[in-house]
Each structure stands twice: as structure tokens, then as C-alpha cells.
Design a protein around this ligand. Sequence first.
Ligand SMILES: [Zn+2]
Length: 131
Amino acid sequence: MSEPKLVYSNKINKIRTFALSLIFIGIFIMYGGILAKKIPWLMFSFMILGVIFVLLSTVVYLWIGLLSTKAVPIICPSCNKPTKMLGRVDACMHCKQPLTMDKELEGKEFDEKYNSAKYRRKLKEQEQSEQ
Ligand SMILES: [Zn+2]
């Protein structure tokens, strides 16, 4: 099968990674400021820019906090761990299992994207939970 493998990642995790990378960029820029300490205006600009990046990541973290309150906590049917999903379709934080809130989407969209083994496993899990 030459079907492209789709890798899902959890939306909250994705934003969290983004916020973390902003902090690292900020620290990196501030480190550049330390290296440029012989040129005061350059050092000052680096420091300000670094602080802006760190503040930006704080804002993103606050945003995640807000989103988390809207996210729906569920137990993943694939790995049985608690996860949070955002929107109608999201992926599990732990096993990257695609999840949906919409029953109608379950069959249609995921039939194509799931690789068959995963899909079969999911159906099995559903059967077990129904019993
Ligand atoms: Zn999972």
C-alpha cells in the first residue's frame, strides 16, 4: 500500500510544544545579547527581543489554559489513558489515536485514514466496552 501515513497529534500538545519553543528562542536570543555585551545597544535590543518571546510564550500558555477548560476530557479507547480533545476531531495525547466527537464522522472519514490494524483494534475495543 502506497497510502501516505497520516500522523495525528493532539492539538493541546501541539500548542504546548509551540509555547515551549518560544521560551527556548527567547533564551537563545538573550544569550545572544550576553555575547554582544560589548555593544550596549545591540545587547539591549537582544534582551528586549528575548523578553518579548518569553512573554509571548506566557500568553500562549495562558491560552492553552483557557482552551483546556473548553476541551473535553475523555478516556482514550485505544490506550485507556485519560486525554483531552479539542474540537470535533483530535488525537490522543498518548498514543496519537485519532478521536472524534461526531458519530457520523467515525465511519466515513476515519475508514480512509486509519490503517486497518488500528481501526480493527478500535472496533474491538468498542465491542468490549459495549459488553
Ligand atoms: Zn490513547
